[in-house]
Design a protein around this ligand. Structure first.
Ligand code: DX5
Ligand code: ZN
Length: 212
């Protein structure tokens, strides 16, 4: 049976001066979860937000908060993000030496654990941790900024992963109506999209198009 395709709008592309209403707008348009990009200016060359914003978003939406940590030393911050109300915490495979222990810590705190691979990182980096995780995020752009071009050459990585992994495979970066089809065909089932959703003239239609 085909997997259900889930849509995760990335608030990186939202107007932060009205973040609450932007998130509500995405929820009303049919989003399955809200993707929250956390950047520290070290792991990636950009800075966004911290746990207090997650805490406040938690109050105004009932759909899951999917928190993508693009930060160094995530072990220092996962408790804060969990307490703030994250439903999924995704850490980068490249961010710390012992990601296995960290993923176990996230899971044992009662929420979902995800691990993300930058474009240059191979599946070997996470192979031994696949059993303990709920989601793998395959980056289809270099992390750090919205609005970049989809890296089609990541599709073989998704196909290879899908052969050995039954959990959720999320894609993030450059997702549009067209690239969404390619990612789903390769085996992805959760689509993150920032620019395509928040800049769409009709958000509801954009989410419907992504679902295919
Ligand atoms: C990039 C972020 C993405 C970003 C995607 O580092 O992880 O979530 O918001 O934005 P678009 O959909 O515009 O490529
Ligand atoms: Zn992201």
């Amino acid at each position: 049976m085909a997997r259900k395709i889930l849509i995760a709008p990335s608030i990186l592309a939202a107007d932060f001066s009205k973040l609450g209403s932007e998130v509500k707008r995405a929820e009303a348009a049919g989003a399955d979860m809200i993707h929250v990009d956390i950047m520290d200016g070290h792991f990636v060359p950009n800075i966004t937000i911290g746990p207090s914003v997650v805490r406040d978003l938690r109050k105004i939406t009932s759909i899951p908060l999917d928190v993508h940590l693009m930060i160094k030393e995530p072990s220092k911050y996962i408790d804060g993000f969990r307490k703030a109300g994250s439903d999924i915490i995704t850490i980068h495979a490249e961010s710390e030496r012992n990601i296995g222990a960290l993923l176990s810590r996230i899971k044992s705190s009662g929420i979902k654990a995800g691990v993300s691979l930058k474009p240059k990182s191979g599946i070997d980096m996470i192979r031994k941790n696949l059993k303990k995780i709920d989601m793998v995020l395959i980056m289809t752009v270099e992390p750090g900024f919205g609005g970049q071009a989809f890296m089609r050459d990541m599709m073989p990585k998704i196909r290879e992963l899908r052969k050995i992994y039954k959990g959720d495979i999320q894609v993030d970066g450059g997702i549009s109506k067209i690239t969404a089809r390619e990612a789903v065909k390769a085996g992805a089932n959760i689509l993150v999209a920032g620019t395509y959703i928040f800049n769409a003239p009709d958000m509801k239609k954009a989410i419907k198009y992504l679902r295919g």
